[in-house]
Design a protein around this ligand. Structure first.
Ligand code: ADP
Length: 208
């Protein structure tokens, strides 16, 4: 990707803390006709069996972070980078350029009224914001976040809190937002919010 380029089409970045409901909300936008590009999914695919990040990761960290299947051992890698900031930087140096180029390719091919990028660490990275016309934050309280992630990932409260501590604060994500979707209650509350914003984004994409 040209390091200074914005995406050609009207582009929204969707962010939110772990368990806030990004994937759930992105699916609703996709159903309305947005072209969704999920950078989290891309990161997973890069480190799955046969993924292009596997060879450089094995070279940098050794075979102990690769599963017998050939995929990255996410748990082992998570532990490693948690205690070693240099390892974290090294992993990011491998992954980030690959995520960016794969995201760019996916964006060029994506069909839809406008581009909606799911970017968990949008606020933290600083890279994406300048390339997006609009930032949409999915928001919920920390209590709800913890409950959902404990259930989804079979983690303890302490483990979820440890992950949350590595992410931006709720306040920082709200400050970075042009638009906010509240996902505090049940999922039926999401659709009206999605419909309103989808309409706004379609009209902004047309005006671009
Ligand atoms: P994220 O992508 O931000 O990590 P998800 O969309 O995967 O969040 O949501 C986290 C978990 O909580 C998932 O298991 C999802 O099905 C569930 N979830 C999301 N929103 C709601 C909601 N409003 N009510 C109940 N469960 C929800």
């Amino acid at each position: 990707m040209n390091e200074l380029a914005r995406f050609d089409r009207f582009s929204v970045g969707l962010t939110g803390g772990i368990g806030s409901g990004k994937s759930t909300v992105a699916d609703l936008f996709a159903a309305q006709g947005a072209a969704v590009v999920d950078t989290d999914l891309i990161a997973h695919q890069l480190t799955a069996v046969g993924g292009p990040a596997i060879a450089p990761i094995k070279q940098a960290f050794g075979a102990s972070v690769i599963l017998p299947s050939g995929a990255m051992n996410r748990a082992a890698m998570r532990e490693r980078v948690f205690v070693d900031p240099d390892a974290k930087k090294q992993l990011e140096a491998i992954l980030h350029p690959l995520i960016r180029s794969t995201t760019q390719q996916a964006a060029e091919q994506a069909q839809g009224d406008y581009l909606l990028f799911v970017i968990p660490l949008l606020v933290e990275s600083g890279f994406w914001k300048q390339r997006l016309a609009r930032v949409l934050t999915v928001d919920c309280s920390e209590e709800v976040q913890i409950r959902r992630v404990m259930q989804r990932n079979m983690l303890t409260e302490q483990q979820v809190r440890a992950i949350m501590a590595t992410q931006a604060t709720r306040t920082a994500r709200l400050e970075a937002a042009d638009d906010v979707i509240s996902n505090e209650s049940d999922t039926t509350a999401l659709l009206p919010q999605v419909l309103r914003l989808h309409e706004l984004y379609v009209s902004m994409a047309k005006a671009k």
